[in-house]
Design a protein around this ligand. Sequence first.
Ligand code: GDP
Length: 440
Amino acid sequence: MFDNLSEKLDKALHVLKGHGQITEINVAETTKEVRRALLDADVNFKIAKEFTNKVRDKALGQNVLTTLQPGQLMVKIVKDELTELMGGDAAGIDLSGNPSVILMSGLQGSGKTTFSGKLAHYLKTKKNKYPLLVACDVYRPAAIDQLHVVGEQIGVPVFSDKENSDPVALAKAGIAHAKANGQNVVIIDTAGRLAVDERMMTEISQIRDAVQPQETLFVVDAMTGQDAVNTAKSFNDVLNFDGVILTKLDGDTRGGAAISIRSVVNKPIKFIGTGEKMDALDVFHPDRMADRILGMGDVISLVERAQEQFDEEEARKIQKKIAKNTFGFDDFLKQIQQIKKMGSMKDLMGMIPGAGKALKGLDIDDDAFKHVEAIIHSMTPEERSNPSILDASRKKRIAKGSGRNVQEVNQLLKQFNQMGKMMKMMQGGGSKKMMQMMGG
Ligand code: GDP
């Protein structure tokens, strides 16, 4: 996410970091570089200019010139301004209604249906809600089917009626259905068009006026950069929506939309989509995003994700196995699967401070896991639970079965043994120390 921008900002600020003596000219040069980095990231010109003017004024006002570490102060100023630009504090969603009604708007292909599913999944699993998805796209039967597929995937009911071609009536019927069935959040997925057009706007306005939702959300594809910002403006002019959902941030390498959209429509970004899967959804935290953009990582989100996936029961089982020397490859596989649930490796790496820069150019993908998994899957159950029986001929068979070579099998075995030793050491009193170190 935003690798280029991070790198360019880092370079711009590096100039200041290197100088013993800072002059107004250095500050001016740095802010110019920052502005260029923002423009390259597809941030709107006016916003970039205002941003850097503010940064420059603050820098000079806070005596960057005489401070001992001008580079660091400058980074802080840029971070604070970026956070402010993206909205300051994280914005929640209003779930006060009974049922609460959430209306989706946005162009076709922006990710409305996917987000509707992700939001339902989020509300069900994290907020203990009983959502109902309502299909109001009366023009594309495929869109209705898609919502049903999504609903099935996450175990959330879907209300639709292919016979009914009136979206307003459908939305109302959906809410009545939720009331009758005890569902306390209604998520209405609507029809989008390929471009902003009047009929679509009229239709969504009519639905909104009829159902008076707690939240009207505007969903937009972050990869479309400045277009995303312009579309947001058109929708907001008509709908005066409550919040923005930025989707496909996993594919957005520039970041312009994330940075500019808030200040153009003056509405908060509420969630971001970071993948096609139903759990690829994050609450948008402007300060954390600013940290990521400045290559400072996002340790808080990383820890949160780890906690979400952490299964105490499972951890206890594993501890027992280690103590009894029965930790095998099946357990190892489970651990890998837990890590994978936290997100893609690239995404996770981006959350570790400095890792983005250090690992730049390396092609980190999730194939490394695939290879390890393939090797483990080629082992017999006996071999998995008792790896010490792996002799040369077994290794050769496993290598062949998994499409890897014997060295890789050996390497995995070595890693596995090392990990076993380390875990044993940690159990022998070392674990307390480790936990203390990690603040646990
Ligand atoms: P709609 O027409 O607005 O309902 O858009 P869809 O929900 O059908 O999404 C369009 C395409 O974008 C689908 O292929 C989705 O899988 C994909 N998509 C949606 N959100 C994300 C996201 O956050 N990341 C990625 N990579 N793809 C997404």
